[in-house]
Write a protein that binds this ligand. Structure first.
Ligand code: TYM
Length: 332
């Protein structure tokens, strides 16, 4: 079976609809056909300041949401990044073959450092993508299911894998991004020109999966569209409506042409009212399942312990090989 690896940050507490549609939904599907490794990336989370207690809680909460979304510990390896020390260890090696200029071109760093200000920008935030490179290469992943915003990091991974393999001999599998065109970028409900995100979206533009379903329904109903009335998929000219159609289509399985036909002559109001119901029907049981996992922290921790053990077996082997290739003396 080909292998996939991906990760999600625990920082936010609740995942948002972009995380789910852009990434987690694909993770669930891929566990059926792939040898799948999924992790909660707490090492990445601390590249910006975190409250320790809140981080611990958010890590469990992220795990619970992944299980609620449909990941099954029998079908995939689900773990927490910091439980597998090899991530930090391989990251160091990868840091040492990355050019400073190359790292400086990472757009996520530019965005985030601009948002946090120079004084709050850590070196960890700068090297963040290189840790992600190590995450992927440790598992010899063939594919990396992510949203569009992570493409550049997967490209960097390919560059560094190639560089390492050329310099030290074939060691790492060349990974490919796995990005579904339809859901690669879910947009902010209030500003369909920007992606939905925890940090950049206004509260009304962001659908948190763990919010009260009523709050979510209201946000969908007040989504910004345009002054036209025709329900048509046209991301360039009708970004707001197209975003709603993408969400609708993905959550229900109805095709976009089906939906266009269904809302012909009905206008945006009907579309939004129905979509609010579709989303409510999805988030309501999702929240309940998440809570049920959170109510049983022992089971949750046991799942993560098993996941870490399975992950380490793979990661340790790759790290040992990489250490040997770069010329580290084996510890006797
Ligand atoms: P993170 O935690 O920001 O996001 C998790 C996943 O959600 C996707 N995503 C979106 N997809 C579509 N539309 C949106 N509006 C949207 N917002 C977020 C992201 O693309 C991502 O797939 N650096 C990564 C975590 C990471 C990782 C890895 C991923 C660490 N190591 C190794 C893959 C492989 C991140 O911050 O994702």
């Amino acid at each position: 079976r080909p292998r996939v690896l991906s990760g999600i940050q625990p920082t936010s507490g609740s995942f948002h609809l972009g995380n789910y549609l852009g990434a987690v939904r694909q993770w669930v599907a891929l566990q059926e056909s792939h040898d799948a490794f999924y992790m909660v990336v707490d090492l990445h989370a601390i590249t910006v300041p975190q409250d320790p207690e809140a981080l611990r809680a958010a890590t469990r909460q992220a795990t619970a949401q992944l299980l609620a979304a449909g990941l099954e510990p029998e079908r995939c390896t689900l773990f927490v990044q910091s439980h597998v020390p090899e991530h930090a260890q391989l990251a160091w090696v990868m840091n040492c073959i990355t050019g400073f200029g190359e790292a400086s071109r990472m757009t996520q760093f530019k965005d985030k450092s601009a948002r946090h200000g120079a004084a709050a920008t850590s070196v960890g935030l700068f090297t963040y993508p290189i840790l992600q490179v190590a995450d992927i290469l440790l598992y010899q992943a063939d594919a990396v299911p992510v949203g569009e915003d992570q493409r550049q990091h997967v490209e960097l991974t390919r560059d560094l894998a190639e560089r390492f393999n050329t310099r030290f001999g074939q060691t790492f599998t060349m990974p490919a991004p796995y990005i579904l065109k339809e859901t690669a970028k879910i947009y902010d409900l209030q500003d369909p020109g920007i992606k939905m995100s925890k940090s950049a979206s206004s509260p009304k533009g962001l659908v948190n999966l763990l919010d009260e379903p009523k709050v979510t329904a209201k946000k969908i109903k007040s989504a910004v569209t345009d002054t036209d009335t025709v329900v048509r998929y046209d991301p360039e000219h009708k970004a707001g409506v197209s975003n709603l159609l993408t969400i609708y289509s993905t959550l229900t399985g109805a095709t976009i042409p089906d939906l266009e036909q269904r809302y012909e002559g009905k206008g945006y109001g009907a579309l939004k009212t129905d979509l609010a119901e579709v989303v409510t029907e999805w988030v309501t049981p999702f929240r309940e399942r998440t809570q049920a996992f959170l109510d049983d922290p022992e089971t949750l921790d046991a799942i993560l312990a098993t996941g870490a053990e399975k992950a380490r077996a793979v990661a340790a082997e790759t790290l040992a090989q990489a250490y040997d290739r770069v010329g580290f003396l084996p510890a006797k």
